[in-house]
Write a protein that binds this ligand. Structure first.
Ligand code: BG6
Length: 485
């Protein structure tokens, strides 16, 4: 159903994220009839463009990033009619705030205003300040902050404080697009709507958990950002820890935003610290060298960097996290993420404990419940059944549940739902300040440990599942990554 009319102001409107994700997401929501015809989408950036030139860029992006079968000329044209551009450096108090203000005032101050910050995060404080001091922040305003919120705990606090001086916390929406993924949200439904699973969800029944986010792409021309970041900051601090929190949290008292987020924070603050003293045993990092992905020879990470500079940035991380609470004591949560892996795959694997030797002979290996986040959102639960025709032979079958019928349900891109949640004022799937900071508090000592280490990342060939050290990490506990089992 349509949301009430709104003004959506995007800072960083000529950037990659806006073109690839934000405009396509809004366009699809418009096509689905959720965005009223008098809404305004106002891009701002430094480039001197007018509405027509910006729409031209928008159209090009939509052609590229909206699926062909969803791209309807007339609809896209109407959508672009809602799009405007104001040339403005958001961090500069002397910028063209009057231009932006005029656009917004024309629509009135009663409507919801969303300010979406997709610039470098060190500008967030200044942009928030300008929005506020130029009188653009209304009662019905919210500010959305893209990741990364800082590069370590200290800078994350600076960003949060900088924005927090000008917007109340309940109007600050920190986006993590993994929380917009259907299958991630589904973890909450699976766990708490199925008493059978809820009862099995603890150290008594679960031996370990694996959370993998593998990508086949390399740098994608983002070297400037990525080389200063690396996989730990780019994927683990936010996306994978967010997935971990929904897998591990206690049952929240309700599905309210704060009830949910309180439980998620408790998970993060219960993570056992990893630091220089135990890194070697618990964390593997890698950087890809030349190899082959999907039949294509690809260059090494260093060769993809603009100046082919030597770099110790990790393009792969695998680590063993442990949660120090009664439910999870002693259960490893293995997280890993990497570029140039053999496939694009995000999944959660819940490894149940093995049974005792019994009626059917040797002990049965424990089942693995797989929650596939992408591609092909699904839940897979293998079960042993009697082999047809035999007396008591066993077969393993997969009870498979697609989280929707292909062709019938279109999975929304993760940004679609979240961008409109910000309009509706529903923050449940956004990250609270204390959550971001708890995640950084856990990640920062790992970064520190690495910076003091004698060795850099281990090499792995592009197109493989990372360095040997990642396999050894599990082998030490007698465990295996899902693709090796
Ligand atoms: C982004 C990272 O947050 O997530 C990228 O900055 C990464 O490096 C991307 O490619 C992965 O998102 P998805 O939705 O494709 O899994």
């Amino acid at each position: 159903e349509p949301v009430p009319s709104f003004d959506y102001v995007i800072f960083g409107a000529t950037g990659d994220l806006t073109m690839r994700k934000l405009l396509p997401a809004l366009c699809r929501r418009f096509a689905e009839g959720q965005i009223p015809a008098d809404a305004q989408i106002i891009g701002t950036a430094r480039s001197p463009l007018d509405d027509a030139a910006y729409r031209e860029r928008g159209l090009k992006a939509l052609r590229e990033y909206v699926r062909e079968d969803e791209f309807v000329d007339a609809t896209v044209e109407r959508f672009l009619g809602l799009v405007h551009y104001v040339s403005l450096n958001g961090a500069d108090a002397e910028g063209n705030w009057a231009g932006l203000s005029a656009r917004l005032d024309a629509a009135g101050s009663e409507r919801v205003r969303v300010f979406y910050l997709a610039t470098a995060p060190d500008l967030y404080g200044a942009i928030a300040q300008n929005i506020n001091e130029k009188g653009l922040r209304t009662e019905q305003s919210r500010i959305v902050l893209e990741k990364p919120i800082g590069t370590d705990l200290a800078t994350a606090r600076m960003v949060n404080e900088g924005v927090g001086r000008h917007f109340p916390e309940n109007s600050i929406y920190r986006i993590d697009h993994y929380l917009g993924k259907e299958a991630v949200q589904n973890v909450i439904a699976l766990r708490f709507a199925n008493p059978m699973l809820e009862r099995l969800w603890d150290r008594e029944s679960i031996e370990y958990v694996q959370i993998t986010a593998a990508e086949t792409v390399g740098l994608e021309g983002r070297g400037g950002y990525y080389d200063g970041s690396g996989a730990l900051r780019d994927m683990i601090q936010n996306h994978l820890l967010q997935v971990l929190t929904v897998v591990a949290m206690e049952r929240p008292s309700s599905l309210d935003a704060d009830a949910l987020r309180d439980e998620k924070v408790r998970v993060l603050t219960s993570l056992k610290p990893l630091d220089r003293n135990n890194l070697a045993a618990n964390v593997a990092r890698g950087q890809y060298v030349r190899g082959t992905t999907r039949g294509q020879a690809v260059p090494a990470y260093r060769e993809e960097l603009p100046d082919e500079a030597p770099s110790n940035t990790e393009t792969f991380v695998a680590l063993k996290a442990e949660i120090d609470n009664p439910r999870w004591q002693g259960v490893p949560f293995y997280l890993r993420s990497g570029k140039r892996m053999p496939e694009k795959l995000t999944e959660i694997v819940i490894q149940f404990r093995a049974g005792e030797p019994g009626l059917f002979g040797a002990a049965r290996p424990g089942s693995r419940l797989v929650i596939r986040v992408q591609p092909n959102e699904s839940v897979i639960l293998p079960l042993f059944v009697k082999q047809p025709g035999s007396t008591f032979g066993l077969d393993e079958v997969d009870a498979l549940s697609k989280l929707g019928e292909p062709g019938r349900i279109r999975f929304r891109d993760s940004y679609e739902g979240l961008m409109l949640d910000a309009v509706k004022g529903s923050p449940a799937l956004f990250v609270r300040k204390d959550e971001t900071e708890a995640a950084w508090a856990w990640v920062t000592p790992i970064l520190q440990g690495w910076s003091e280490a004698a060795n850099g990342p281990d090499a792995y060939a592009a197109g493989t599942w990372g360095p040997d050290s990642a396999r050894e990490l599990l082998a030490r506990a007698g465990h295996q990554w899902v693709e090796d089992a």
